[in-house]
Design a binder for this molecule. Structure first.
Ligand code: NDP
Ligand code: 2IT
Length: 451
């Protein structure tokens, strides 16, 4: 069958997706990327076609939408919207983060839940896919307000989740503080101490290395990709975007492996520190972002480096880019600039940070391009390990968890190689991760009948 016929089948499939899910651009984007990889594979493996697996996998098993009323510090009543997308439970309980950000809507959470299904399958662990969150904006809110919001959010969500049903975790705007408030309210409502959330603090059931896991994992993935060219992080210049959980620990691991991180950003702009963000400076970033909850601009003021307001960091010279902020944060022009400046590795700490056009630029130029569902799977993988420790009621030490994380990232890389090798010997990590993540879920869905 020629490429054209596949393209036509992708377009036919996407026309149905768009008609059924109007206006949900990010969801369309995520499904389109996967359909491009999967439709040729499904044509060659008709058992998936007959069982309508692609059609079923793109339809959430269940969506919960609810009102979240809460009272702010001034006594005013605020109303937000809460969501949980329970996307696929073929290989385990729904698993995926909660995002609190003013841009959150149904389409964004459906794209994230869809990606999560493939990502979780790649981890090798028994985890289904889900995602949730709210249009609540934690910026500028007091701890007290965040607590009241989290308590109200959980007062509805608790009836839909459970350690064997659906296990949420963090994402943008949801870190250790929020998981604490959510867990406290769940425990109070259910009178049960269970592993219903991951990303808990180690004192009350959390796993060591969970905060580090996504950033470390994206760095390990980049390291594995570079190894295919006999290369490593030693002496490499690295551009990181974001300055939250993923960006911070990616910076830490890159520095440990001998690379130099020269940028960090937030939604207001980016800092460029050509001498590199060393341990002391990173400690300051962690204080600035996790405790003071300030802006990245303050880094530039403290260390006397450049701050570029309203821009993203992709114009700087770098060998490696680790986008770790949000979706569609690298466009076609920025991808061209990165390639032109010598960037040869992109490992996605964030979910879907590249537009489709940017992705094609990286693919055409044979950049070592690790898509989010492979590259940032370390976070949910260690969440899976947290669930294991909760079930055993026994914690593992840092080394044990980090070694398991490292092994999982290597196995994800191997899966990408297995399913993504091109005729010219290079690796298409997009195709590799899409097919590699699909097969286990699809076979499980078929085995479980038309459900
Ligand atoms: P955090 O909330 O800790 O940090 C988010 C960072 O990204 C902040 O610096 C934030 O800046 C910036 N950012 C968020 N939204 C935007 C936007 N619209 N435009 C520009 N910058 C933005 O979140 P995480 O570090 O946890 O998440 C970052 C990415 O990694 C997300 O795509 C998430 O889905 C993904 N991810 C996270 C995992 C985890 O374990 N936490 C696991 C796998 C993927 P500002 O403060 O100005 O908003
Ligand atoms: O996008 C993601 O994989 C996450 N935000 C982490 C999910 C989890 O359950 O740890």
């Amino acid at each position: 069958m020629t490429k054209n016929i596949y393209d036509q089948k992708v377009e036919e499939f996407m026309a149905k997706i768009k008609a059924k899910n109007p206006g949900e651009q990010e969801f369309h984007q995520a499904v389109h990327e996967v359909a491009e990889s999967l439709i040729p594979f499904i044509e060659e493996n008709p058992q998936y076609k007959e069982a309508k697996v692609l059609e079923r996998i793109a339809e959430p098993e269940r969506i919960i939408i609810f009102r979240v009323p809460w009272q702010d510090d001034k006594g005013n009543i605020q109303v937000n919207r809460g969501f949980r997308i329970e996307m696929n439970s073929a290989i385990g309980p729904y698993k995926g983060g909660l995002r609190f950000h003013p841009t959150v809507n149904l389409g964004i959470l459906k794209f994230l839940a869809f990606e999560q299904v493939f990502k979780n399958s790649l981890t090798t662990l028994p985890l289904g896919g889900g995602k949730g969150g709210s249009d609540f904006d934690p910026k500028g809110k007091s701890d007290n307000e965040v607590m009241h919001f989290c308590q109200s959010f959980m007062t509805e969500l608790y009836r839909h989740i459970g350690p064997n049903t659906d296990v949420p975790a963090g994402d943008i705007g949801v870190g250790g503080r929020e998981i604490g408030y959510l867990f406290g309210q769940y425990k109070r409502l259910k009178n049960e101490f269970t592993g219903v959330l991951t990303g808990k603090a180690p004192n009350w059931g959390g796993s060591l290395i969970r905060p580090e896991a996504t950033g470390y994992g994206a760095t390990y993935m980049a390291e594995e990709m570079m190894k295919t060219k006999g290369d490593s992080f030693k002496g490499k210049t690295v551009a990181v975007s974001g300055s939250g959980n993923v960006a911070q620990f990616a910076t830490q691991k890159v520095t440990e492996l001998g690379g130099k991180v020269v940028t960090l950003s937030d939604s207001s702009g980016f800092i460029y520190d050509p001498n590199g963000i060393d341990k002391e400076k990173l400690d300051y970033v962690m204080y600035l972002k996790n405790i003071k909850r300030g802006r990245i601009k303050e880094y530039a003021e403290k260390y006397g480096v450049e701050y570029i307001e309203g821009e993203r960091p992709w114009s700087v010279n770098c060998d490696v880019a680790l986008p770790s902020a949000t979706q569609n944060e690298i466009n076609e022009e920025e991808a061209k600039t990165l390639v032109g400046n010598g960037c040869f590795v992109v490992s996605e700490g964030a979910n879907m940070p590249c537009t489709p056009e940017a992705m094609h630029i990286f693919q055409e130029n044979r950049v070592l391009y690790g898509p989010g569902k492979a590259a940032n799977a370390g976070g949910v993988a260690v969440s899976g390990l947290e669930m294991t420790q909760n079930s055993m009621r026994l914690p593992w030490n840092r080394n044990e968890v980090d070694e398991r994380l490292h092994r999982i990232m290597k196995s994800i890389h191997e899966t990408c190689v297995k399913f993504g090798k091109r005729d010219d010997g290079t690796i298409d990590y997009v195709k590799g991760s899409n097919i590699g993540g699909f097969v286990k879920v699809a076979d499980s869905m078929i085995a479980q009948g038309t459900v």
